[in-house]
Design a protein around this ligand. Structure first.
Ligand SMILES: [Zn+2]
Length: 225
């Protein structure tokens, strides 16, 4: 009888909006609260999304909106998935599955659906975006819209910028938010989750030292709720 019914709902959270959805209940184990510990959801240079405190132990899959998205992004996402698996200690696998990508409707459990398209947000034609659904505090499913204009001839984007964008949106898809502050590390690098404006200043191509504690706490918070 420890189940918290009020929190058993899926919530879509993204940088652009937050929408609460009604959805079929899915059972997620509710841990016994430890009065001595609380989830750690933010720190210097990192932050988790509202409604998400942790990642459960179930494996994740990456799927694609259509075959064009799959062809364009599979080589990148294999590397992203390997890094997420390592950082979160949860297996993330790139599949060939076709699952419609939506920013307003939660996708299937533990599935990140990825769409490659030009100007996914017409109001910000240079942007890509991503977000996650939450269930009982755990990341439940995610979505990524990767702007195909990053590959367009004559636009002048670099491979590093394309990679930074994909890694950034993948982190949104499992529950990371933009941090409250954007410090520089010893090598002058800012958090990968900071650059919301075209990723022109970043060179990391991968998660920076600033995202490492975010993933570690997503994992550790399982035992702090
Ligand atoms: Zn972002």
């Amino acid at each position: 009888m420890n189940h918290n019914r009020t929190s058993r709902r899926r919530i879509v959270a993204s940088t652009a909006f937050v929408a609460t959805l009604t959805a079929a209940a899915v059972l997620i184990p509710v841990h016994q609260a430890d009065s001595a510990t609380r989830p750690v959801t933010a720190g210097t240079g990192w932050k988790l999304q509202n409604h998400i405190t942790h990642i459960d132990t179930r494996p994740w899959v990456i799927a694609f909106h259509d075959t064009r998205s799959r062809t364009a992004l599979t080589p990148y996402l294999r590397k992203t998935a390997a890094e997420l698996s390592y950082r979160m200690a949860v297996k993330v696998t790139v599949t060939t599955r076709i699952v419609p990508t939506s920013a307003t409707k939660c996708g299937p459990s533990h599935t990140i659906s990825v769409r490659y398209m030009s100007k996914p947000n017409p109001a910000y034609p240079n942007h890509s975006f991503g977000g996650a659904c939450a269930l009982s505090g755990a990341a439940y499913s995610g979505y990524m819209y990767i702007n195909s204009d990053l590959w367009a001839a004559g636009r002048g984007y670099s491979e590093a910028q394309r990679m930074n964008t994909i890694w950034h949106e993948a982190a949104h898809a499992v529950g990371l938010a933009h941090p409250a502050s954007c410090p520089k590390d010893k090598t002058g690098r800012k958090p990968l989750m900071c650059d919301v404006n075209g990723l022109k200043t970043l060179v990391s191509r991968r998660y920076s030292t600033w995202e490492v504690p975010a993933f570690a706490n997503l994992r550790a918070n399982r035992n702090r709720i």
